[in-house]
Design a protein around this ligand. Structure first.
Ligand SMILES: [Zn+2]
Length: 578
């Protein structure tokens, strides 16, 4: 509901006609759904590790911005129940429907013998001391085709866990025709139907490669957005996984610490259980560490340097992982899916991280049978239980305290902007999170090595004769870069600028924007114009907003230059003013 901004937006000739629009050039490149290795490609920014600005540690300052859904019990996920040991299932059609029709060539080393005969009728009951393998079907990265995956699971009475990135939900909801992501309605629908919807950071950041302020923002800011939307957001998955094995152990520990304090009750890794042996074995229940849930690897994760896994993982492959977990005495095995297609081998499909719908259907049928006897060997029979991650650990106790209780932990708002020191660039060379507005014939935007902190800043040069104002600001996106805010609060928006000493000091002013709840960016207030100070030196300029109007999700801001001259900008920040 748009109450009017406290200060009127000042129209300006330099303003793009549609302020919602110029996000394209600077928005974070999303892996096209057909791109290879979308999820786990090695981060390209590993060599840039800017110092965390001081004083921006986790915002413990803001209590419970939005916990509207706190009263929903955790254990509401109708996980498929394992059949009771005495259930009369002798005539159940095939606990193992996939083994027979899977070509032997698809079977990797860890599989049971390729010549495995079609499963005989499982003995009934499964011996009381038979192991149980709890399986969680997890889906990462907010891909739209996961809607269909959910429907396949539901047809078998199964529920999964969907690790989503909140800006992707916003993006898809704002422009449904353009984005191959789940929308907010999709995510809410999944939750309503008993699936678990968890978080996966704002931008799918490699959490050991960004400054501390961004680590916090990526995890807590994303969770706050998910809970604001009414999603329970109890489980989390590390983008790229392997947090604990980062070469800088202290950063890995720092990420774990933030996750532990985030309000999530678990965090899934993408490794840890080897198919070679049982040490370490599959995850246990309760888990050894709920913030380092072990899995094997992503399904159809290409080997290093390859485009795709050959032969690809099939339902039989994954059932082989279960068999191995059972041979290790049972435990908990999260399976990690990304893309799904009718035919992942099609030329236009994603090369890696892709699983065929038909294989998912086969897997679902096998899992739903509730038991499995590899090689038709009665001595190897085990029970299968399928549960979402949150349902699997609900009620577990670690060191005497229950994890994942019914109360949803609060999700404090986390202000701050993405890439505040402007160190990171896209592959195109453009600075992440910077939006350049107001091009004219005499305007030149560039990335600069002149930096207040780190090694880069952004430069705006407007030559005489002056034609039009131009602006360097934070990308007006869906929270990847813009600062999340709470209605009714005021914010200090600040940045540093440096006017070139060799030119006339230009006239400058702060301009602000706000993202409304229908995902439209509107110009908001502007500060008073002033002449650039202390040419040759970095100067901080700040603007305190009015109370944020109802129906505002995020704010963005920038420095607008209204006469000829050259400025550099660096070190943006947004913090609650009260
Ligand atoms: Zn991911």
């Amino acid at each position: 509901m748009g109450t009017a901004p406290a200060a009127p937006a000042s129209p300006n000739a330099s303003e793009a006609p549609n302020p919602t629009l110029p996000i394209a050039p600077t928005s974070r490149p999303e892996p096209p759904s057909a791109a290879p290795s979308p999820a786990e490609a090695p981060p390209s920014i590993a060599d840039k590790r800017p110092e965390p600005p001081a004083g921006d540690t986790p915002a413990a300052d803001t209590p419970a911005a939005d916990t509207s859904a706190a009263d929903t019990p955790a254990a509401d996920t109708p996980a498929a129940e394992p059949p009771a040991a005495e259930s009369p299932s002798a005539d159940s059609p095939g606990a193992d429907t996939t083994a027979a029709d899977t070509p032997a060539a698809d079977t990797p080393a860890a599989e049971p013998p390729a010549a495995e005969p079609p499963a005989a009728e499982p003995p009934d009951p499964v011996p009381s001391d038979a192991p149980t393998v709890t399986v969680s079907l997890t889906f990462d990265d907010t891909y739209q085709e996961q809607r269909e995956a959910a429907a396949i699971l539901e047809a078998h009475g199964l529920r999964g866990t969907f690790y989503v990135n909140s800006p992707r939900l916003h993006r898809s909801s704002a422009r449904p025709s353009e984005n191959a992501y789940l929308s907010i309605a999709d995510a809410l629908g999944l939750q309503e139907r008993g699936h678990d919807v968890g978080g996966h950071t704002l931008t799918h950041a490699s959490l050991t490669d960004v400054p501390e302020s961004e680590r916090v923002r990526e995890i807590l800011g994303d969770r706050a957005q998910l809970t604001r939307l009414g999603l329970q957001a109890r489980s989390f998955a590390y983008p790229y996984g392997h947090v604990e094995s980062d070469p800088d152990r202290s950063l890995g520990r720092r990420v774990l610490d933030i996750a532990r304090g985030s309000g999530y009750t678990s965090a899934r890794d993408t490794n840890g259980f080897s198919l070679e042996g049982c040490d370490p074995g599959p995850e246990s229940l309760p888990p050894t560490d709920p913030f380092l849930l072990r899995s094997v690897r992503s399904v159809n994760e290409p080997p290093e340097g390859a485009e795709r896994l050959v032969p690809p993982d099939t339902a039989a492959t994954l059932l082989g992982w279960l068999d191995h977990a059972a041979d290790c005495g049972g435990g908990w095995l999260p399976l990690v899916f990304h893309h799904l297609r009718d035919d992942c081998s099609a030329p236009d499909g994603p090369a890696g991280y892709c699983f065929d719908f038909a294989e998912l259907d086969r897997l679902g049928a096998s899992l739903a049978s509730g038991m499995r006897c590899p090689g038709a060997d009665a001595a190897r029979c085990y029970r299968i239980r399928v549960a979402s991650v949150t349902a699997a650990i609900a009620g577990s106790e670690i060191d005497g305290s229950e994890i994942g209780g019914s109360e949803l932990a609060s999700a404090p708002e986390v202000p701050g902007v993405g890439n505040p020191s402007l160190e990171r660039t896209f592959d195109s060379g453009e600075t992440e999170c910077i939006q350049r507005t107001g091009a004219s014939a005499t305007t030149v935007f560039s990335r600069s090595t002149l930096a207040r902190t780190g090694a880069a800043s952004e430069r705006l040069a407007i030559a005489a004769p002056f034609q039009a104002a131009a602006e360097l600001g934070i990308s007006r996106d869906y929270g990847e870069c813009a600062s999340f805010v709470s209605a009714g609060r005021a914010y200090d928006l600040s940045l540093f600028y440096r006017a070139a000493p060799e030119a006339a000091a230009p006239r400058l002013r702060i301009a602000t924007y706000r993202l409304t709840s229908d995902y439209t960016w509107l110009p908001w207030a502007t500060g008073a114009a002033f002449s650039a100070q202390s040419p040759g030196s970095w100067v901080r300029v700040s603007f305190t907003t009015a109370a944020v109007p109802e129906g505002t999700i995020a704010v963005s801001f920038g420095l607008r230059q209204e006469s000829a001259g050259t400025i550099n900008v660096d070190d943006f920040d947004a913090a609650a003013a009260d």
